[in-house]
Design a binder for this molecule. Structure first.
Ligand code: F6R
Length: 607
């Protein structure tokens, strides 16, 4: 959603904060702001629009200081305007706050504070924090923050400074993520690791409810009960390159290209001596024996990975699986109890609906397992078990390498369950593992096979709508492929089960309508081909993504991509790659900022 960066140290806070905000642009990018405490007052600058607008404003007004807070916003309460941008200041202008999250009771607080004579400039929920701080401030910022925290309901990661205590910076974490970096001569706090990497590798993942009080050159952490605590300092292994474009034009294409190595790394860690080995991340044979059904719960692309996971677990481990959207699951009164395993999938581990769904599953005593790319994320801390994707930071809003690594983990999980429950024979188990290990090279070849895709992408760039069709696993891939294309190209794209076309949808096909057909499954190719014939005879332009060397496909399609060979069940890992490339090249052909599509943010921490 939004991103915050706060700094206290010997460097110019403006420079460190702007640099950190650039790394958080994937979290939101409709306005940005910064405030520093210096010479007994708070100076600030904030601007609607991209971070570059703020940077331009700062050239005219180069505010400077050694303690400061910054924010990059993705509007939730109040439009993206200068006034609604963070930081927000108290009425007397002596306290400033940046906030990521939502204050659920802000209306009540605002009414109360207005009755007491305080005023509000913005229509944000955040401004109540600044005003509450003023109400409670009596020459001790920490005390004011504590009293303010008690009044707030919701999720909030904040950086707070005071003009009266310019040698102090306070960080507060309730629900929303906040990482605290220890530098050689200073401290940096941010919503996510990429902002810290240039300055330090030593970080503390703050726990829910923590307050960090940085005073002078030392800091103290207090937990939710205001007890002094020491938190483990962890070393970040990522390279700075992993969080930068590294020569690519965009993060999305860099991340598409990283999929081969990412899958390779995941298999290296999670497969040992020819066996799936999640160590503490999975359940024992005994625990699995008590499970009679599985739910997979997630949002967006992660949910689409779940659709493939359902198929893999049902086919390989023979356990019934229901796949549900987190935002629906929570209100569907799901039929779960202590015999249910709920698998959550979340790249960020912070998605609000998924996090709340996880809590619901735990309340109902289900066993929970998380597949995530983000160690120490909120969901990682709360799930019974966690399995990691090892994909490195995913910066582009459109998820690519997180999706394919989620798929690989789901296949591994299906194998792990099936062998523990004796539902697969050795030969089949080893056969699937062997094929999985061959995938990184095949993915590497496929990401370079982009000529036909680039050509078709140019052709569809000015179309109003497009359809993906497929059956079985190819239908699951079609759903993800359609999301990818629509989110970065703004072309209305729908996925249809190929066999459903004639039940209504085919009326949308007219002369020149682009249709992308995915055909990888032996037992379904003939059937899907008949559906392709149906759309071609109504004027569709067809692009085929297929694993088959089949003259009929080449004859009927205007263009095609042939996938390298693998097991039918594993094709979703390969067939999605041309679809990701199609989305990327269509978006860039239209001149869209592909890493930051409109109206979207990377991490969705609101419900
Ligand atoms: C689309 C995309 C989103 C996310 C969804 C869940 O490309 O990235 O649909 O998959 O917002 O996010 P996580 O996986 O972080 O829970």
């Amino acid at each position: 959603m939004c991103g915050i960066v706060s700094y206290k140290g010997k460097m110019n806070a403006r420079e460190v904060i702007i640099d950190g905000l650039e790394k958080l642009e994937y979290r939101g990018y409709d306005s940005a702001g910064i405030a520093v405490a210096n010479e007994g007052e708070i100076s600030f600058e904030k601007r609607a629009g991209k971070l570059s607008n703020l940077e331009k404003a700062l050239e005219e007004n180069p505010i400077a200081g050694h303690v400061g807070i910054g924010h990059i916003r993705w509007a939730t309460h109040g439009a993206a305007t200068d006034i609604n941008s963070h930081p927000h200041l108290s009425n007397n202008g002596r306290l400033a706050v940046v906030h990521n999250g939502i204050i659920e009771n802000y209306r009540d607080l605002k009414n109360e504070l207005e009755e007491e004579g305080y005023t509000f400039k913005s229509s944000t929920d955040t401004e109540v924090i600044a005003v509450l701080l003023e109400k409670y401030y009596e020459n001790d910022l920490l005390e004011a923050v504590r009293k303010t925290r008690e009044r707030l309901v919701g999720s909030f990661a904040c950086g707070i400074i005071s003009a009266d205590e310019p040698d102090r910076l306070i960080g507060m974490r309730v629900e929303s993520p906040l990482v605290f970096g220890l530098m050689e001569d200073g401290f940096i706090m941010a919503s996510d690791i990429p902002s810290l990497l240039k300055y330090t590798r030593d970080v503390i993942y703050l726990e829910n409810g923590d307050l960090v009080d940085i005073k002078g050159s030392s800091f103290t952490i207090y937990d939710k009960d205001d007890k002094k605590v020491s938190r483990e300092v962890k070393k970040i292994e990522w390279s700075v390159d992993a969080a930068s474009k590294d020569g690519y034009d965009h993060f999305m294409i860099k991340e598409i290209n990283e999929q081969g190595p990412a899958i390779d790394e995941l298999l290296r860690v999670n497969v040992k001596n020819g066996r799936v080995d999640f160590e503490e991340g999975s359940f024992s044979r005994q625990e699995l024996s008590s499970i009679d059904r599985i739910y997979i719960v997630a949002c967006g692309t992660a949910y689409h990975a779940g659709l493939v996971g359902k198929y893999a677990i049902e086919r390989i481990a023979k356990i019934p699986v229901t796949c549900d959207l987190a935002s629906e699951f929570r209100y569907n009164n799901p039929f779960i109890d202590e015999k249910t395993l709920v698998i959550f999938i979340s790249q960020s581990g912070e998605t609000a609906d998924s996090l709340k769904a996880l809590r619901l599953a735990e309340e109902k005593k289900a066993k929970t397992l998380l597949i995530t790319n983000t160690l120490a994320s909120s969901m990682d801390r709360e799930a019974d078990k966690s399995i990691y994707c090892y994909a490195g930071p995913e910066i582009a809003v459109a998820s690519t390498k997180a999706y394919t690594t989620q798929l690989v983990n789901l296949y591994l999980l299906a194998l792990d369950f099936s062998i523990k429950l004796s539902r697969i024979d050795e030969k089949a188990y080893e056969g699937i593992l062997e094929e999985l290990k061959k995938l990184p090279k095949k993915v590497d070849t496929l990401v370079k096979d982009d000529e036909a895709i680039k050509k078709f992408a140019k052709e569809i760039a000015d179309k109003a709508s497009l359809f993906y069709i497929g059956r079985g696993l190819d239908y699951a891939t079609s759903i993800e492929a359609a999301l990818k294309l629509k989110e970065v190209s703004y072309i209305h794209t729908e996925a249809f089960a190929a066999g459903e076309l004639k039940h209504g949808t085919i009326s949308l096909i007219e002369e020149g309508t682009p249709v992308i057909a995915i055909m990888t499954q032996d037992d379904l190719v003939d059937k899907t081909l008949s559906n392709v014939e149906e759309v071609v005879s109504r004027g569709a332009r067809v692009f085929a993504i297929t694993s088959k060397d089949d003259e009929r496909i080449e004859k009927i399609s205007d263009a095609w991509i042939r996938l390298p060979q693998t097991l039918d069940i594993l094709y979703p890992i390969l067939s999605v790659i041309p679809a990701q490339l199609m989305a990327y090249y269509t978006s860039t052909a239209k001149g869209i900022d592909v890493d930051k599509p409109r109206n979207l943010a990377k991490s969705v921490t609101v419900e």
